[in-house]
Design a protein around this ligand. Structure first.
Ligand code: HEM
Length: 167
C-alpha cells in the first residue's frame, strides 16, 4: 500500500470523519500541540544554553539537566498523541508533506541527541563538567540539539505552507 493510498484510506475512516466534522477538535488539538511545543522548546533551550555557558553559570549543569530534561519525554508523548489526531483528521495534508517528513526525521535525530545528553547524567549528574573534553562534547551536542529542535519548529510550521492535499 502506498503512503498516498494509506492517507486516502485513513481519511475515509469513521474516526477521521469525526475529527474532520466536529469543528472544535482540530483547533483544540492544535492548541494543545502548540502548548506542548512551548514546554519542550523551553526545556531544551534551558539545558542547551546552560551547557553552552550562556545562562546559569552560578549553578552546576546538573541543576539544569536534572530539572528540565525530564519534562521533554512525557511532553513528547502528548505531542505524538496530538500530532496523531491532526494526522488522522487530515492525513494527506501531513503524511505526503515534505515538511512533515523532514520534521519527523529531525525529531528522531533530536530525540537521539537528547538521550545522549541525558543518559550519562543518571549515573553522574555532573558528568558534563568532569573534564575539559566532557565540557567541549556537551557544547557540541548542545549546538546540534538547538539546531535540530529549531529545525523541527520551522518544519512543523511549514507543513501548512507546503500543503500537498488542498492544491
Ligand atoms: C511527536 C510527534 C509529532 C507529530 C506526529 C506531529 C504532527 C504535527 C501535525 C500533523 C501538525 C499539523 C500541521 C498542519 O496541519 O499545519 C503539526 C504542527 C506543528 N508541529 Fe508537530 N508533531 C510532532 C511533534 C512536534 C514537535 C516535537 C514539535 C516541536 C518541538 C512540533 C512542532 C510543530 C509546529 C511548530 C507545528 C505548527 C503548529 C501551527 O502553526 O499550527 N511538533 N505537528
Amino acid at each position: 500500500m502506498t503512503l498516498d493510498a494509506f492517507a486516502q484510506w485513513l481519511g475515509q475512516t469513521p474516526l477521521s470523519q469525526v475529527v474532520q466534522n466536529v469543528s472544535w477538535i482540530i483547533p483544540s488539538v492544535q492548541s494543545i500541540h502548540i502548548l506542548c511545543i512551548a514546554i519542550v522548546i523551553s526545556a531544551v533551550f534551558m539545558v542547551d544554553l546552560r551547557l553552552l555557558g550562556v545562562i546559569g553559570r552560578d549553578q552546576p549543569t546538573a541543576a539544569y539537566t536534572s530539572r528540565f530534561l525530564s519534562w521533554i519525554w512525557p511532553t513528547l508523548v502528548l505531542l505524538l498523541l496530538s500530532g496523531s489526531i491532526l494526522i488522522i483528521g487530515e492525513p494527506s495534508r501531513s503524511l505526503l508533506n515534505p515538511a512533515f517528513q523532514t520534521k519527523m526525521v529531525l525529531l528522531i535525530l533530536a530525540m537521539i541527541v537528547t538521550a545522549i545528553l541525558q543518559r550519562p547524567t543518571f549515573k553522574d549528574p555532573a558528568y558534563w563538567e568532569l573534564t575539559a573534553g566532557h565540557r567541549m562534547s556537551a557544547r557540541v551536542l548542545a549546538v546540534i540539539s538547538l539546531l535540530l529542535w529549531v529545525g523541527i519548529v520551522f518544519a512543523g510550521r511549514w507543513i501548512a505552507y507546503m500543503n500537498t492535499a488542498g492544491e
